[in-house]
Design a protein around this ligand. Structure first.
Ligand code: NAD
Length: 335
């Protein structure tokens, strides 16, 4: 099948070509992000392969359908960037990679927690400059602290397991409690209770209308003063402006982000020779207790290999049967 791959980085190409070696699809790699302006580049392809910041809205889907595209194969788990209703109208199947390595994201989450807590990001620079003073690097023991995990699916469950191993008391909030978490001693309760009791709050729910700005000014007011807030899910789950105010007034003691509401404008690109045209983001970078990574939680060898293999499997099964193995159906999501 002829597939146009958008937002291609050298590592995407390497792993997709390896996974495609036996499948033999014809892959055209484009660096361009998928948007209405670039959608015509897929003309003649039966499938497009898209990533988290590609725009797969109604107008893009209409343009893809007009060019003959029948499948959007996401090389990601989250699909908040896709208008599924529009895809159905256009007769386009949407497939994703539901799980590639929840370990990658869970471990990165814990890396953010430990780095912020022990000031590793600051110690790294100090030591390189010959400054071995400890003042300002004081951390706290994770053992005995209370961690609140919002969303205990594949990633959240692993975060619960790791934090339990550190000796934390783990509280959780999810619409559907996970029995594996309950078995490891995680206590489910209302979000309000989790927020008021947790020293660390970490977000692992998808971005949906219900979770958009889940962490806003009202919710922040319920949190323990000096809380550590971690977001590796999707940027818009937190209201970044409210969080900025929370950092200024001390409500938030530590902030670890792998995702950002407006990340599509600059994440995954090297802008080191330019400037960041986003004052909220630039302000976040001025805080010593803020640590931001550029949507790299998924970025392990194991995850990239799994993403590529599942993406190629989705494409192959769609070509053979008209159905991708991991299709996203509007009906199932609505339930
Ligand atoms: P999952 O579907 O296994 O788990 C999501 C959990 O969130 C489910 O248990 C679900 O019941 C719960 N949930 C849904 N709506 C909720 C709500 N309103 N309140 C509380 N809980 C709610 O997904 P996963 O594989 O664990 O991934 C979680 C999210 O992590 C993804 O949706 C994606 O946005 C993000 N993610 C980020 C990266 C990264 O590189 N930073 C990589 C992969 C996934």
């Amino acid at each position: 099948m002829h597939v146009t791959v958008f937002s291609t980085k050298p590592y995407d190409r390497r792993f997709l070509e390896a996974a495609n070696a036996t499948a033999g699809h014809s892959l055209s790699f484009l660096e361009a992000r998928l948007s209405f302006a670039t959608s015509g580049l897929a003309s003649g392809a039966k499938a497009v392969c898209a990533f988290v910041n590609d725009e797969v809205n109604a107008s893009v889907l209409a343009s893809l359908a007009a060019g003959g595209v029948k499948l959007v194969a996401l090389r990601a788990a989250g699909f908040n960037n896709v208008d599924l209703e529009a895809a159905r109208r256009e007769g386009i199947t949407v497939a994703r990679v539901p799980a590639y390595s929840p370990h990658a994201v869970a471990e990165h989450t814990v890396a953010l927690i430990l780095t912020l807590n022990r000031n590793i990001h600051r110690a790294y620079n100090r030591v390189r400059e010959g400054n071995f003073a400890l003042d300002g690097l004081l951390g706290f023991d994770l053992a005995g602290k209370t961690a609140g995990v919002v969303g205990t699916g594949k990633i959240g469950e692993l975060v619960c397991r790791i934090l339990t191993g550190f000796g934390c008391t783990v509280l959780a909030y999810d619409l559907q409690p996970n029995s594996a978490c309950e078995q490891m001693g995680v206590r489910y309760g209302p979000l309000k209770e989790l927020l008021s009791l947790s020293d660390i709050v970490t977000l692992h729910c998808p971005l949906t209308p219900a979770t958009h700005h889940l962490i806003d000014a009202k919710v922040l007011a319920r949190m323990k003063r000096g809380v550590m807030l971690i977001n590796t899910s999707r940027g818009a789950v937190i209201d970044t402006r409210a969080v900025l105010r929370g950092l200024k007034d001390g409500t938030i003691g530590y902030l670890g982000l792998d995702v950002y509401e407006e990340e599509a404008d600059f994440f995954f690109e090297d802008l080191s020779q330019r400037f960041i045209d986003d004052d909220v983001f630039a302000r976040l970078l001025t805080f010593p207790n803020v640590l931001i990574t550029g949507h790299q939680a998924f970025f392990t060898q194991e995850a990239l290999a799994n993403i590529a293999e599942t993406t190629i499997t989705n494409i192959t099964s769609f070509e053979r049967t008209g159905h991708a193995v991991h299709e996203i159906s509007v009906e199932r999501i609505a339930r």
